[in-house]
Design a protein. Structure first.
Length: 249
């Protein structure tokens, strides 16, 4: 498979992910929508369905949709990211770039869908929440720990039971994301994906959103670094664990 196909697959898949994921937050957070004040459970299920849809769309490329998943596969020692896609520098950068671009474009489409409600919403914080995550209690070490733990769970389960998201199955991955959200999403809003947070945050900074306020760049590195660390740890431990079990047996 050509890297061009991989790129397009991940752009469209990650774009679908953030369009639907940011969309459910917009529906809950913005003034005057049909789903206004729908609650955190509505958000978690919306993101789970967003992942479900994104995995289907990007099945051709293995549906990483997330640099933390790509990195987890890399450090786990996989030889291919997807059938016919060898693990090397070029393919790794292709996945990273496509995931970030897709997340950015999906967020722009979300803004277009909710343009009038963004204009009507008086709270800048509600507008930013549509695009990117933020902590309930701001504490750098604990926010970082939450993102590491949540992403570890995501990537470790994917690697342990499926090898890749498409191998595990779109429904299973979607339900896993719902589970992470309702269990571990309370402290930070569970980015668990650097592209999902950074791409829409860039879109928030660039779009002509009325009264949008700050993009909170002082926090922005946590939902990038935390998931990358969590994905790396998951890849390494998932690689070592079978060896440990074999030696113990």
């Amino acid at each position: 498979m050509s890297l061009g196909i991989v790129f397009l697959s991940e752009v469209f898949g990650t774009g679908m992910l953030t369009l639907l994921g940011c969309g459910v937050v917009a529906n809950v957070a913005l003034k005057g929508t049909k789903g206004n004040n729908g609650g955190f459970l509505m958000v978690t299920w919306g993101w789970g369905i967003a992942v479900f849809a994104g995995v289907f769309v990007a099945a051709k490329s293995g549906a990483h949709l997330n640099p933390a998943v790509t990195l987890g596969l890399l450090v786990n020692g996989k030889h291919e990211y997807a059938p016919g896609v060898p693990v090397d520098i070029a393919s790794t950068l292709t996945y990273f770039g496509a995931e970030l671009l897709g997340a950015f474009l999906g967020a722009i489409l979300c803004w277009a869908a909710y343009k009038q409600h963004f204009d009507a919403e008086p709270e800048a914080a509600s507008k930013l929440a549509t695009f990117s995550t933020g902590p309930a209690i701001r504490s750098t070490p604990w926010n970082l720990a939450t993102e590491i733990i949540g992403t570890f769970v995501l990537v470790f389960v994917i690697l342990t039971f499926g090898g890749t998201p498409s191998g595990l199955g779109p429904l299973a991955v979607g339900l896993l994301v719902v589970g992470i959200g309702v269990s571990l999403g309370g402290p930070t809003g569970y980015a668990i994906n650097p592209a999902r947070d950074l791409g829409p945050r860039i879109a928030h900074a660039l779009l002509p959103i009325k009264g949008k306020g700050s993009s909170d760049w002082s926090y922005s590195w946590i939902p990038v670094v935390g998931p990358l660390v969590g994905g790396t740890l998951a890849g390494l431990i998932a690689k070592v664990l079978p060896i440990v079990f074999t030696a113990a047996a």
